[in-house]
Structure formats: C-alpha cells, structure tokens
Design a binder for this molecule. Structure first.
Ligand SMILES: [Zn+2]
Length: 307
C-alpha cells in the first residue's frame, strides 16, 4: 500500500511540475523555465505561488527541499491574472499554496474551488494597508522589506507543518532571509535619510508601502492598476507639482509601457528612470532577484532625490 501511495504521489508531482514548467516556458522570455520552477526539490512540499515576490520567499525558505511554481509567467503583469486550465490543475495538486486574496480575483476563485493543500493567504499574514486613493487595499506589500520578513516566517511554519522532518531547515532558511531583509531595510533607512526632495513621481501607485516605511512622498501618474491612463488634467496638475517639489526624475517601471511617464517627462523636462515594482521578472531582470532589484531601486531613488 505504501509503495502504491508513493507511486501515485510521484506521478501527481510529475504532472504538476510539468504544468508549472510549461507555465514558465510560455512566458515572455520563452525558453527560460526560470529558477522559480525549481525542479531540484528533495520531496518537500510542492508549492504553487501566485506571483513573483511570493515565489521568491517560497523558494528561499524552501531551502532546496521544495519545488516552487508560480502562476504568473515571467514578463507578465500580475494584476488580473487569469489562470489557465493547467494551472487550475496545479493549484489542486499543490501541497502548499501561497496567494494574496483580493489581488488576483480569478486566482482566489480557483483556490476557493480547487485547493487541497494548505493555503497561506498573505492578506491574513501581513498587515496590508489601504490604497492611497482610498479604493480598497494596496496589494504591493513586498516593497516593504520588513513585511516580506513577516511572510518568510509564516511560510517556514507552513512548510514545517507539512514536512516536519525538515522543519529546522525551513526555519533556518527563513531566519537567514529575514536577516537579509532587515539589512536591506537598514540600507534603505540610511540611504534615504537625508535627501534634497522626498517626492517621487512614479507611473503606477505601487510604492505606497516603500514610501510609508522610508518617509517618501509619492506622486503616482496612474492609479493602483497600471492599465489606468491619467487624464490630461491630471498630467497638467502633475507638471505643476513636479515644479514645486524640485523633482528631477519621472520613474517608469518594468512590465508596463513607459509611454505615459515619457509624455510627462517630455512636458516637464524631467529625466526618465526605472523603479521596479518587482511584480515579476522580465527579460532584462531574469538574472536578478527580489534583493538585487530592491538594491537597484535604492540606488535609483538616491540618485533621483539627491540623497
Ligand atoms: Zn501593481
């Protein structure tokens, strides 16, 4: 009986890994299955993470024991993701699911209908804040390193519960990641302590948690959802504010068209630079990870705000 159970489990795992590898293979960068799909897991919990920052935590805390797939393909913007039929199967087969309810409604439905494994819902683990525009919750918690540290502890406990024999490995990996996140937090605090301006113009309103943590003032061109285009009145209003606040730079971002930011920059004579909301990796950032991208963001902010 035990042998049969092991065979069934192995087949199930193979089917899910195949689905998740295909998910990654269909991303914008085609051939790269990506490190987030794992494949070296040593029999630990099979994990499905909804999008990149969650997959990053799942992989790091997994300490080489888990296979991690993500529902949002590389190069794809995670807002309003629609899972494919294969992904629906992967969700039902996962031992651990790492999702953020309220951010990707179609994923919420799939999880509610089909998840068999243990579900870690970021919304119940991390303290989420209201959106700056007053419409619902701001989903972009991962841009605050200390909230990411909270999540890594919760993921370690979920893994420990599912795979008790490796509990110490998961907890020690989470402690190491937490140490790196706390160091990142100290670097941001020190790097942005003293700046000529604290105003940051961004193309969508993803940086509320970061701004709150490090006392920056955001001027988002678009709203929380990056597909919203600003009105001509909003652009004119922004041009005035940019003047008044002594801003040097309009930040555009990866995964979203820079056209709107470039329009504003052209109208105001500002520079255009990239601030990455780290919603997913792209062709240009496929060799990076959450920690290195946050370091790039810090450098860009220090330069733009003359800190
Ligand atoms: Zn976003």
């Amino acid at each position: 009986m035990i042998v049969m159970w092991i065979c069934q489990r192995a087949l199930r795992r193979a089917a899910v890994v195949l689905a998740l590898l295909l998910v990654a293979g269909c991303g914008a960068n085609g051939a790269d299955a990506g490190s987030d799909t794992g494949g070296e897991g040593a029999g630990g919990p099979l994990t499905v993470a909804a999008f990149y920052p969650l997959a990053f935590v799942a992989q790091r805390v997994g300490a080489g024991q888990v296979e991690v797939g993500q529902l949002t393909s590389p190069g794809v913007e995670p807002h309003d993701l629609e899972p494919s039929p294969r992904q629906v199967v992967a969700v039902s087969e996962a031992d651990v699911l790492l999702v953020q309810s309220g951010f990707q409604p179609a994923v919420d439905d799939v999880v509610a209908q089909g998840a068999q494994g243990s579900v870690i819902d970021v919304a119940t683990v991390v303290d989420l804040a209201p959106a700056a525009n007053g419409e619902g919750i701001d989903p972009h918690f991962w841009l605050d390193p200390l909230r990411m540290a909270t999540l890594s502890g919760a993921v370690a406990e979920a893994y420990a519960g599912t795979d008790p024999k490796n509990a110490a490995k998961y907890r020690s990996a989470a402690a190491e990641l937490t140490g790196q996140l706390e160091r990142l937090d100290r670097q941001f605090s020190a790097g942005l302590a003293d700046c000529q301006t604290r105003t940051v113009v961004t193309s969508h309103d993803a940086f509320g948690y970061l701004a709150d943590r490090y006392d920056l003032e955001l001027l988002p061109i678009a709203g929380i959802d990056p597909s919203n285009e600003p009105s001509p009145q909003r652009l004119a209003e922004l041009a005035d504010l940019v003047d008044a606040e002594d801003v040097t730079t309009v930040f555009t971002e990866t995964l979203v068209s820079p056209a709107v930011a470039e329009t504003l920059a052209a109208e105001t004579g500002l520079q255009v630079a990239t601030l990455d909301p780290i919603e997913g990796l792209s062709d240009e950032t496929s060799d990076e990870d959450y920690l290195t991208l946050m370091q790039d963001n810090l450098k860009a902010l220090i330069e733009a705000n003359r800190c």
